[in-house]
Design a protein around this ligand. Structure first.
Ligand SMILES: [Ca+2]
Ligand SMILES: [Ca+2]
Length: 227
């Protein structure tokens, strides 16, 4: 059976997918017809009855990626905020991955209703080699999704440093844990997230507070240099 839907019937839809919705029982059957304006399927709709044709789109997108730190010590954590937008017409469960360069470091699933936009926060541990990474959020394509160019967004970068090395002469980790690092953390001692003197980069044990756990951790690595 071939159903042809006039192009004018699908305003603003680039990649229609045909749904045949049973008028009898409310169940629906999806025929994957991406990329064509002619919907061709070999089996007639079943059960027999009244049907209507609904073009719809499966399309999820990552709209924004922000990171809570620019420096994270190896094996410790940061938070990645990802704004996910559902541009389709049916409820979807979307798997969202955080990438450091090409390495997926964490995955979280999110339920999205039609046209819903959600901000999700994913805690990620820096179980990767030391170095500079570009961060990306990637919403795995949902079934029948064809518009996947907007599923991945690269934004922000993170330096993964040796434990305790949170700064250096130019403000970035320098491969040494010395008084510059201890002093930087000590100057924020007692601060909490939201305070003007709080600096997430110095909150190594990432709990929103800069306290003895952070200073003590750096102190235990005092004198170490990056091999
Ligand atoms: Ca340092
Ligand atoms: Ca802390």
């Amino acid at each position: 059976m071939l159903i042809t839907v006039p192009r004018d019937a699908l305003p603003g839809i680039d990649d229609p997918v045909l749904t045949v919705i049973s008028g009898m029982d409310g169940g629906d059957t999806v025929y994957d017809c991406v990329g064509t304006w002619n919907f061709n399927y070999t089996e007639p709709p079943s059960p027999a009855g009244a049907y209507r044709v609904n073009p719809y789109v499966h399309d999820v997108a990552v709209r924004a990626v922000t990171i809570s730190k620019t420096i994270v010590c190896q094996t410790y954590s940061l938070k990645v905020n990802i704004t996910v937008k559902h541009r389709g017409d049916y409820n979807e469960t979307v798997q969202v991955k955080v990438y450091f360069n090409d390495t997926a470091v964490e995955t979280q699933s999110v339920e999205l209703q039609p046209q819903e936009e959600k901000l999700i926060t994913i805690e990620c541990y820096a179980n990767v080699d030391k170095g500079l990474y570009f961060t990306s959020g990637y919403a795995l394509p949902v079934p029948y999704e064809s518009a996947t160019a907007n599923n991945k967004l690269k934004d922000g970068s993170i330096i993964v440093s040796m434990v305790g090395d949170v700064t250096g002469p130019d403000g970035w980790p320098d491969g040494k844990v010395n008084m510059r690092d201890i002093g930087a953390i000590a100057r924020c001692f007692g601060s909490q997230e939201g305070d003007p003197d709080y600096n997430a980069n110095y909150d190594i044990v990432y709990d929103g507070k800069i306290n003895m756990r952070d200073i003590g951790l750096a102190a235990r690595h005092f004198g170490e240099t990056d091999p």
